[in-house]
Design a protein around this ligand. Sequence first.
Ligand code: PGA
Length: 250
Amino acid sequence: MRQPLVAGNWKMNGTLESVTALVEGIKAGMGSVFTAEVAVCPPFVYLDTVARLIQGTSIALGAQNVAKEERGAFTGEIAVSMLKDVGCNYVIVGHSERRTLYGETDALVADKYARVLEAGLTPILCVGELLEEREAGKEEEVVARQLDVVIEKVGIAGVGKGVIAYEPVWTIGTGKTVTPEQAQDAHAFIRQRLAAHDGSVAEATRILYGGSVNSSNLPGLAEKADIDGGLIGGASLKADEFLAICRAAD
Ligand code: PGA
């Protein structure tokens, strides 16, 4: 049985005051979430604050990005050891905004993934196609390429230590969604791709769906066999809405 995971990716949003209120709101409602694991991924500068606020709760902490290097003269970058130091459990790697806006390549994403694993934290690997790739019927080809680079780098066992998030890029922050059936097809494809290497890893690996997920569309997605929760952007910025999504994933 794969435990569902709902991770809130706050992106570049919030203030000290608003993130505190958001965490307090989520904490207050956690009693109504029974089986899903809940994680929040604040901007780097708020990680330490949020880590303190969630101490003693079951809420997990994630970062949105990490450097591929271990330490040193890399101005503006954040090392995985620092993320570990402040209490992170998860690190998102290869988010489509990193790939498309900041030029992160498949190879760089694989390096970051390996770095996170090495530190003993759990990477959340984002994969997903652009609209033109879907329109050209290339969604499987793109996702396979993004996955294969990571499998090559860390082996199938390494992939089994992480979480995968399938996020069709054109549905992120746009209000557009795929149907639960289209999402299930993509998730099943990813699982088969893993199974070609190792059946038990494929069976155990959590595959989250992301892209304009909210409390109304998550129930339809979460009931699909290969969808194990969500990576939530905009809807994770309101405690009530985020908690409703977590309950729907239960
Ligand atoms: P969204 O973002 O829920 O705002 O579409 C999802 C994501 O980027 O992970």
